[in-house]
Ligand binder design. Structure first.
Ligand SMILES: [Cu+2]
Length: 67
């Protein structure tokens, strides 16, 4: 399964790795690709192991908004 999150507030490599790391830590997340220019975060994950809400929370805990 693949999902794209629209994340607001990422401005640099630090932001990118914070978001990437938080998502990668979730059980069931296989791959995370961040585009700083667009704020789009592509997440590849195993269906049923992780919810949209968990992904959203993980990003928000790092201080970024998910639209
Ligand atoms: Cu930054």
């Amino acid at each position: 399964m693949e999902k794209t999150l629209n994340v607001e507030g990422m401005t640099c490599g630090h932001c990118e790795s914070a978001v990437k790391g938080a998502l990668a830590e979730l059980d069931g997340v296989k791959e995370v690709q961040v585009s700083l220019d667009t704020g789009k975060v592509d997440v590849t994950y195993e269906e049923g192991k992780v919810t949209d809400e968990q992904m959203k929370d993980a990003v928000e805990e790092q201080g970024y908004d998910v639209k």
